[in-house]
Every structure is written in structure tokens, then in C-alpha cells.
Ligand binder design. Sequence first.
Ligand SMILES: [Zn+2]
Length: 86
Amino acid sequence: MQKTHGLSHCRFCGKKLSALRMLFSSESEFCGKLHRFEYAQKQNELGLARLLEGDSRTAAENRWEQCARKIQSTENSELVSSVANS
Ligand SMILES: [Zn+2]
């Protein structure tokens, strides 16, 4: 693929950006401040959602692990007491 020089598109809406904007604007990847902001916000939301999803999954796994360990320990103590009683 050939890379086109001097031309870029807004990363939010895909609008073609002028070479002038790219030269003199800090928003060289966006057609305006608003789309730069909205793009950043969208990325934050995606990242946050991924983070929350990961957190909840870990918490559920932890809870399950604790539960399983508790079941195992009660089974063991019951086995020990039944052996001791016989
Ligand atoms: Zn745009």
C-alpha cells in the first residue's frame, strides 16, 4: 500500500483534512476539537468497559474459588470427624 502524503482523515468521522490544518493545527488527526474530544471519550468508554468487565470477572472467579475451598474444607473435616468417631 502506498502512503499518501499531505492527506489525512478525521479519526472520528473520516472527513478529509486539509494540509493546512495538519500544518497549523494541533488537531492534525481530527477535523475539530469536538471530534478529538469525542474520539478520546469513546476510547475511554471502551477502556473503562473492558476494565470493569475484567474486574467483575476476577471478582466472580475469586468468589467461586473461595466457595470451592470452603466446600472442600468442610468435606475434609466431616471425613476426619467420621473417621475419628468410628
Ligand atoms: Zn470529524
